[in-house]
Design a protein around this ligand. Structure first.
Ligand code: HEM
Length: 205
């Protein structure tokens, strides 16, 4: 859940800034961002955000915005996962609307080429020193082709470490529903550390 709350904040921020537009539900005139391709069936943690909002409203009604709650939840999650803390300026205001089209446009896709990924970050004022996926999980459907039929060659991605390939195949069976989740980082899956990056280099050994 810690990782899920960090992703929630990121997916809010990339669409109209940190304004909690990701939390706005469908109405007659609003199309929710939650059904945008990068969010649909993968944005976990809405129930936790709702519980936090309910508790905050009961302690201090009409004062703390949902955008601040999303931002603080991401910071608290990182710190609970052992990332060093930082100060979070507050005072964000909540959007009254959502923009699903912008969510589809601005949020990077796992199949995007590097140049497109870089420009998605530059558009938000971020550069290549930003990183992610030190903790959390991904659906098998997003990478299962690499385990069995990479680029339609009928065999796995030849650059994958064979031991890791077998581990991933157990989590993601061939022809399975694709809904199983696999950790990004097999060694410290729930910790905010640098192991994901060093393990990535080992994946190709
Ligand atoms: C290069 C751009 C990025 C792409 C293409 C990308 C894509 C993805 C995908 C496809 C997933 C798996 C979702 C699922 O299957 O459920 C995911 C998960 C995640 N992403 Fe990203 N992401 C990117 C950047 C970021 C950034 C900048 C952050 C944080 C600031 C982030 C934080 C996370 C976290 C924490 C998870 C795990 C969520 C969970 O376990 O619930 N990602 N991302």
């Amino acid at each position: 859940m810690l990782a899920s709350l960090v992703r929630f904040h990121f997916h809010d921020y990339f669409v109209q800034g940190c304004d909690a537009s990701v939390l706005v539900n469908n109405t007659a005139t609003i199309v929710s961002e939650q059904q945008a391709f990068p969010n649909n069936n993968s944005l976990r943690g809405l129930d936790v955000i709702n519980k936090i909002k309910t508790a905050v409203e009961s302690a201090c009604p009409n004062t703390v915005s949902c955008a601040d709650i999303l931002t603080l939840a991401a910071q608290a999650s990182s710190v609970l996962a052992q990332c060093p803390s930082w100060t979070v300026p507050l005072g964000r205001r909540d959007s009254l609307t959502a923009n699903q089209t912008l969510a589809n446009q601005n949020l990077p896709a796992p199949f995007d080429a590097l140049d497109k990924l870089k420009s998605a970050f530059v558009a938000q004022g971020l550069n290549t020193t930003s990183g992610a996926h030190t903790f959390g999980r991904a659906h098998c459907s997003l990478f299962v082709s690499r385990l069995y039929n990479f680029s339609n060659i009928g065999s796995p991605d030849p650059t994958l470490n064979t031991t890791y390939l077998q581990q991933l195949r157990k989590i993601c069976p061939n022809g399975g529903p694709g809904t199983n989740l696999s950790n990004f980082n097999p060694t410290t899956p729930d910790k905010f550390d640098k192991n994901y990056y060093s393990n990535l280099q080992g994946c190709n050994d």
